[in-house]
Write a protein that binds this ligand. Sequence first.
Ligand SMILES: Cc1ncc(COP(=O)(O)O)c(C=O)c1O
Length: 388
Amino acid sequence: MQTGHLGEHTRSVRAGERLDRAVGGVTTPIHTAAAYMAADDVEGAYRYPRYMNIPTQAAPAEKLAALEGAGAGLVLASGMAAISSSLLAVLTTGDHVVLQADLYGGTHRFLMAELARLGIGFALVPQADPARLEAAVTECTRAVFVETPSNPLLRLIDLEGVAAMARRRGLVSMVDNTFASPINQRPLDLGFDLSIHSGTKYLNGHSDLNCGAVAGSKAHIDAVRERAINFGQTLNTYDCYLLERGMKTLAMRMARHNENAQAVAEFLTRRRGVAAVHFPGLPDHPGHALAKRQMRGFGGMLSFELDCPPEAARAFMGRLELILEAVSLGGIESLACFPAVTSHAKMSREARLAIGVTDTLVRLSVGCEDAADIIADLGQAMDAAAIA
Ligand SMILES: Cc1ncc(COP(=O)(O)O)c(C=O)c1O
């Protein structure tokens, strides 16, 4: 079914589906076979799960492409599979990549542990903007990689500006679009080559699946697929089924996440004992004007700084009742964590503080519950921890 002209809720529900015509089922079946008889509709004639040419695998990939406005999509075994295959689709020994410094910790680790071993150079640019990223480009640079909004301080980077710089300098541009989701941000419309996701988060949306995804032109995705096939980063068909099912409600969930996070952020700005709230939907957020330009919703992620000693912050976390203390994000249930001891635990204390990740910074993935209940839980936990 052609879905390009349809609305994003319709595309979430229907794009990419491979209906079960044999029995009239209205969902994409899970194809369990790992061996297939020759078929003339498949390039190379044979289907094989690792080659990602099974219909159950094609369905969520095509749904993502439809939502990102991309020529092609690909679903993989994890967000890190999507990030590593995308980088290695472009970079080889002797090449160089420019990235923003405040990246997801796993991406940072991949650079340190893997790119260095492969003889691939990289520059991490603090306070990244298009000009600072361009200043780090060398004659060996082949790609630029950014993440916006960033984890955990929700900093924004000008995607149109970075894409224009990349085109001018002949670089492949990649963005980790996990925090925004394709409903809130479509980087390819702004000139980016690859939009990358930890599908574990909003795409699946139910905190019960580890997966990744990439969208881009067919040529770019073919190059990523080649790396992913060789490194065996395929997503199995059972998980593809779950991902496609989760994505059917993506547009609906994101509308709710956006609305709830705005209400929670506004509550936190008014609440005593909160020193700062980081959420792009707040008018005083440094990226608010940019967010209004390049995002269609401000998302469900926020972080806030408690004005109290670390022990009181710990007590606050322990007194939450509805909100669960957990890492990860993007599910329908609200989750809170301290980035200092989770996503950024591997950084030195000095490096962490330098990028603004203090011991009392709380990251909140605002779920799809009633906003009033989330707000009440935050308020009672702060009261119980005597944060005022
Ligand atoms: C922004 C971002 N990108 C990528 C990843 C990696 O995803 P995964 O854990 O699915 O490999 C994460 C995981 O937390 C993330 O938050």
